[in-house]
Write a protein that binds this ligand. Structure first.
Ligand code: UT7
Length: 326
């Protein structure tokens, strides 16, 4: 069965840039600490008019245009987000409506920073089994809405952004060669938002306790991230019988430049083959990999026939990798 491939990409970033100097005015931090410990210099924050779905629609239209298909050609819409427009209904429903797509299957997927790769892997199954011809997968996060400006360990890291990919049947031998998805709930409380769900419904008390904000045990996650990203990257390369020096491009989730560097070193991938934009956008969770992908496609960094490895790690904890021939 032919695999899926990515026919078009598109991104939408909010206009507002928040620099490390801006954050120095809000929390006890410094440009030097943020730069040295994370590689981040600036990130984007959405305005109050921008929503997860409004930016998703912009990114999706750009991806559809590149793919050369219209919204009514879509058979499947997956929106990966942990910062949805609202708890109910899915953000994918709003995106479907605004795009003017048919009443195709549309749902949200919650796998945090791994969500775009999970979404592409799910869409690939639909396309391989001919349940869908064209799928839209979106990674969309407005994490600034969940940041606590009394917690310097998280508010400096995350940023807002959205990017989308349109998938369709690949002309062999291109397309998705191997993919893996994993979750280990043992680390579920290492990165989470405690309130707003059934465990702690919103109340004056949860607001007072700042329980609607992201909490992270970053230092412990760091080691799990490096190990998981290395292992899963090796596994997909083994499945496709590819070795690291055959890669044309490695796009890791932009969690921390030190994580990227550690994984790159362990895999033995040369520096010029690793893409990084964390200095400009920070950690945008499930939008991280598709924003990178879109930048690489539009700048010509990705060429037809290139062998591309993508690997992600996030809350859950979740992790996964995907190897494709462009
Ligand atoms: O994308 C989803 C998955 N996420 C991850 O994988 C996150 C992985 N973790 C990380 O990226 C890093 O752990 C962080 C960037 C979050 C933190 O860096 P770290 O080197 O692990 O710092 P730490 O948490 O061990 O803290 C070291 C020190 C602490 O001070 P003391 O206790 O040594 O006095 C922190 O309070 O750095 C302090 N610190 C800061 N100082 C200045 C933490 N955040 C800041 C800050 N500015 N923004």
């Amino acid at each position: 069965m032919p695999s899926a491939t990515i026919l078009g990409t598109g991104a939408a970033l909010p206009a507002k840039v928040v620099t490390n100097a801006d954050l120095e005015k809000l929390v006890e931090t410094s440009d030097q600490w943020i730069t040295e410990r994370t590689g981040i210099k600036e990130r984007r924050h959405a305005s109050s008019e921008e929503t997860t779905s409004s930016l998703s629609v912009l990114a999706s239209r750009r991806a559809l245009e590149m793919a050369g298909i219209g919204p009514r050609d879509l058979d499947l819409i997956i929106c990966s987000t942990i910062s949805p427009d609202m708890p109910l209904p899915s953000t994918a429903s709003f995106i479907q409506r605004e795009l003017g797509a048919r009443s195709c299957c549309a749902f949200d997927l919650a796998a945090a920073c791994s969500g775009f790769l999970f979404g592409v892997t799910v869409a690939d199954q639909f396309i391989r089994t001919e349940k869908a011809k064209y799928a839209l997968v979106i990674g969309a996060e407005l994490l600034s809405r969940y940041l606590d400006y009394k917690d310097r360990a998280t508010c400096v890291i995350f940023g807002d952004g959205v990017a989308a990919g349109v998938l369709g049947p690949a002309a062999t031998p291109s397309g998705i060669l191997a993919a893996e998805m994993h979750t280990n709930g043992a680390y579920a409380d290492h990165l989470y938002i405690p309130a707003g769900g059934t465990v702690k419904p919103a109340s004056c008390e949860t607001v007072r306790a700042r329980d609607h904000y992201i909490k992270m045990r970053g230092n412990e996650l760091f080691k799990v991230a490096v190990r998981s990203l290395e292992e899963v990257s090796r596994r997909v390369m083994e499945q496709a019988k590819v070795c690291p020096d055959q890669l044309d491009l490695f796009i890791p989730h932009q969690a921390n430049q030190r994580i990227t560097e550690a994984v790159r070193g362990r895999l033995g991938v040369s520096s010029e083959k690793v893409y990084s934009n964390i200095s400009r956008v920070g950690n945008t969770s499930s939008a991280s990999i598709p924003i990178c992908l879109d930048e690489c496609v539009r700048s010509g960094r990705i060429q037809r026939g290139d062998l591309i490895l993508m690997a992600a790690f996030g809350a859950g904890v979740t992790w996964g990798a995907l190897l494709m021939r462009w």
